[in-house]
Design a protein around this ligand. Structure first.
Ligand SMILES: Cc1cc2nc3c(=O)[nH]c(=O)nc-3n(C[C@H](O)[C@H](O)[C@H](O)COP(=O)(O)O)c2cc1C
Length: 133
């Protein structure tokens, strides 16, 4: 399994992760759940109307943290908007429940992929593992 797929599988199995952005000098965190490897990139999904989207437009630096079975991953990097229909469609296929709120052609659905990402898996018992993508 490729490193990026291992990272996505961990997010899938954790179910919920927390996504940090910044608003000026104020950190902002919220729970997120979407994660998809598409075209060798790790994508997340949100709505352009949300504050999180506006924060990422102003400053793409972001960090994710997810915890599962005593092991956690932090993914630091930049989240870059991708307006391609194909990427949005793939995301909605993975999360069909989103189709009640979002569609490929609305002006709200947004997918973003990690650029310059460093994922670090950590636990109290094993040495950290770093995956870059
Ligand atoms: C378990 C869980 C998973 C969530 N996953 C997402 C997600 O993948 N994308 C999203 O836009 N919102 C998701 N949400 C909703 C956001 O947390 C919520 O809209 C949040 O207020 C967005 O941050 P903001 O207010 O800073 O814009 C999720 C909420 C929960 C409780």
């Amino acid at each position: 399994m490729k490193g990026i797929e291992k990272v996505c599988q961990f997010l899938d199995e954790a179910g919920t992760y927390f996504l940090a952005t910044t608003e000026g000098d104020q950190p902002r965190l919220r729970p997120f759940g979407t994660a998809l490897v598409y075209g060798d990139k790790l994508y997340i999904q949100t709505g352009k109307v949300k504050d999180v989207s506006k924060q990422l437009a102003a400053n793409p630096k972001a960090e994710i943290c997810a915890l599962k079975d005593g092991k956690w991953v932090r993914i630091a990097g930049e989240l870059i908007n991708d307006d391609s229909r194909d990427a949005k469609a793939a995301m909605l296929e993975k999360y069909p429940n989103l189709k009640s709120m979002y569609s490929v052609d609305d002006d709200n659905t947004q997918v973003l992929y990690f650029r310059n990402a460093t994922a670090t898996f950590t636990s109290f018992t094993e040495a950290p593992e770093v995956i870059r993508f």
